[in-house]
Design a protein. Sequence first.
Length: 171
Amino acid sequence: MQHIYTQHGTDVLQKVLDRRAREAAEEDTKRLRDSVEAAEATAKELQVAQGRWLTRLEDMRAEHLEERRLLREDVRRLRQEVAALKISRDALADERNELWAEVTSMCRVRGIFMGKYSNKNDTMFATAEHNDHVRGRLQQLQKENHELRARYDDELDHRARLQERMPRARR
């Protein structure tokens, strides 16, 4: 630079410096344009990705709303069933109490005293039902046993008859 300045003066030095500054500015401009293009490309990719994510979010939101609607319907239906079951339970309890009162009054007429209705009565009734069931099953098994013995005896008689015939056939 000093050589250019001493030989050609300030005008030439200014031109050389201007050219170098212009070249540096052009390189900076080119780099900035490349950076801007890369940033714009990245922004477009991000917008596309954002669009996909927003679409996915909307789909998930729609699925969630549909599932929520279905669950609310199920809850409403189940609550109605529970209410109906409670009504049935209450009606059966009322009927049980009425029947118990009727049985109690019939027992009093016959001179039989029974205590108040309680869970113990339910337990005794359940035990009696169970005993009846077991007794019925025992009778059924005894009947089946009797039938099986009869079949067994028939088969023994049949076998004996076959054995009697066999020696005759060999003669």
